[in-house]
Design a protein around this ligand. Sequence first.
Ligand SMILES: Nc1ncnc2c1ncn2[C@@H]1O[C@H](COP(=O)(O)OP(=O)(O)OP(=O)(O)O)[C@@H](O)[C@H]1O
Ligand SMILES: [Mg+2]
Length: 311
Amino acid sequence: MNKLVFFGGKGGVGKTTASSAYAYHCREKGDKTLLVSTDPAHSLCDIFERKIGSRITEIKENLYAFEIDPEEESKKYINNIKRNMKDIVSPIIVKEIERQLDAAAVSPGSDESAVFDKLMEIIIDYQKDYDRIIIDTAPTGHTLRLLSLPELLGGWMDKLIEKRKKAMELYEMATREDKKMESIIEKDPVLSKLNDRKGKMEKVREILTNGDLVSFVFVLNPEKLPIEETKKAVTTLEKYNIHIKELIINRILPIRTEGKFWENRKKLEDKYMLEIEDVFSSKKLIKIPLIDEDVKMDNLKYISNYFEGLD
Ligand SMILES: Nc1ncnc2c1ncn2[C@@H]1O[C@H](COP(=O)(O)OP(=O)(O)OP(=O)(O)O)[C@@H](O)[C@H]1O
Ligand SMILES: [Mg+2]
């Protein structure tokens, strides 16, 4: 796999488990590895049984982890705009914009874009410090939105920038008279943030679609819905020129099961395994069995064996 590896998949299929096990595998091979969680329901800390949080934490030699806190990132982002704004616009407008920013901070979607911001920063800034960056994402819908964001936001950003310029013209009356409109626009913190973001997004899009740098791995269980969701996700990502080479089939039942109930489950599973092998015949399939306990640091090593031989 490549230097940046994203793990995606439906809720509860084992993204956090698989990404942690893969991070463990990379570390065992000697890679300096950073494992990042973008999931608001933090779960790396459950597996590693320790507080991780939004500071890079060393778990073991060469294995580092980091959890993006959407609320914290959202607050930081908005405070930063507020701070920049104060010297440029009149106090009345500051109040109004602050009100709007505060409303934006609690609106749905703002956490998501704050997570995306942080992720961009990690992708752009930390690449040089690690041999591997592994990203444990939130369930599929969220991940796809996150990944298609640069693509979607490109056009949207342009519109926002235009709108902001228009709004600035309306603010002209209320701004200090000795300043020319052009210089006001130039110094507008909202506009410069938007332009900044646009530039970063273009860079991120370039990175994400670089098949030599990034791998996307989908985790699924041999069951109906995860298969359907994976098919859709693979197709969507391919539209963005992002190609998936590996799939992880997690929670596979033991070959020998006892009792009618488990025999029936296993038969059903066999049927879905055949379907997966058929539909995704061009992908490398990594198979991980269901283990008889919760996934924790102790059995990560065991699960990481299933990545044996994988780069
Ligand atoms: N191979 C396995 N054997 C046994 N239990 C497993 C296995 N894989 C995952 N689990 C358990 O299933 C649950 C969900 O796994 P995990 O948290 O890795 O999924 P997820 O896809 O990250 O979930 P979410 O979408 O909520 O982030 C956890 O309790 C985990 O311990
Ligand atoms: Mg998870």
